[in-house]
Design a protein. Structure first.
Length: 135
């Protein structure tokens, strides 16, 4: 499906998934040595906490998309997008196109100081405020 929609190369499938993430015992430990294994940043939509935690231990920046801001995935990720993956992905594509022209130094300035713990706290405050407004 990815190739049919324009992907030139697809990582992590079949025999390409020949590297392993340390500390994981499930099949989710198998990754592409040219993909997740060597990546600096990994997007993990619909992920489990064990894999997210193991990727962070490998010194990777992990971006998680998770509706449950209290899940281990959300808590362990470097950046958590508290949303449904179906809504979040198109927005991420839009933002990537919007920022594609920026130099790396400018992108780093935009990201400087991001704190996922504060992000999750603000997300929880927002949810609580919305729930209180329903009363």
């Amino acid at each position: 499906m990815l190739k049919a929609n324009g992907a030139k190369e697809v990582y992590g499938v079949g025999s390409r998934a020949s590297a392993t993430i340390p500390e994981l015992m499930s099949d989710r430990r198998r990754v592409d040595p040219d993909g997740i294994y060597t990546a600096d940043v990994v997007l993990v939509p619909l992920e489990d906490g064990d894999r997210t935690e193991a990727l962070v231990k490998m010194k990777k920046k992990v971006i998680a998309i998770d509706l449950n801001l209290l899940s281990r995935t959300s808590q362990k990720a470097s950046v958590t997008i508290v949303d449904n993956v179906v809504r979040a992905m198109p927005k991420m594509v839009q933002l990537a196109k919007q920022y594609a022209h920026l130099k790396e130094s400018k992108l780093k300035k935009l990201a400087y100081g991001f704190d996922n713990t504060k992000n999750l706290e603000k997300s929880l405050q927002y949810i609580l405020k919305e729930l209180e407004a329903r009363d």
